[in-house]
Design a protein around this ligand. Structure first.
Ligand code: AMP
Length: 146
């Protein structure tokens, strides 16, 4: 398969995954080194960017689950496809993601609280295998989560 065709088919897979339920998308996802988030970082796929520095990139989720729903990712994932793959060398990335979540929560005016979610693996409903933090806010959250 040509590389352009591979990029297009990978994009179509993600578009169809976005239309499926979260659980279906998670079950359909296969871990790979290169994901749709690399295309978002490279701006090959448009996104609504809310924060960007030399280490972290954050954009509004295409299927928001709350009035504010932002996905926060490391620009270089260093093999960290999901939290269950974390090794000690990833501590800086993980800390940076959470600290950036706090900065963005402030930027978004989420002064009364917010929720951080990290989905991991099929049973955790992870659909994109590039470590990321969901920042959700702007409404009352419920507990327990679904
Ligand atoms: P997860 O299911 O935890 O792996 O989270 C992946 C998230 O990425 C989902 O909430 C998707 O809605 C979101 N997502 C997938 N593609 C895009 C996109 N092109 N732009 C913005 N968000 C996306």
């Amino acid at each position: 398969m040509s590389s352009r065709l591979a990029v297009l088919s990978s994009h179509l897979i993600h578009v169809s995954a976005a239309m499926a339920s979260e659980k279906e998308a998670a079950l359909a996802a296969t871990p790979s080194d290169f994901t749709i988030f690399d295309k978002i970082i490279n701006k090959e796929i448009p996104s609504t960017v809310v924060y960007e520095d030399d280490k972290v990139f954050a954009f509004r989720d295409i299927q928001p689950q709350a009035p504010v729903h932002i996905v926060i990712i490391p620009i270089v994932k260093d093999g960290l496809s999901g939290l269950s793959k974390a090794e000690e060398r990833h501590i800086d990335i993980l800390g940076r993601l959470l600290y950036t979540a706090k900065l963005i929560a402030k930027q978004e005016g989420l002064d009364d609280g917010f929720r951080i979610v990290i989905n991991d693996g099929p049973k955790g409903c992870q659909s994109v295998y590039h470590i990321h933090v969901h920042l959700l806010g702007g409404r009352q959250m419920n507990w327990p989560p679904g």
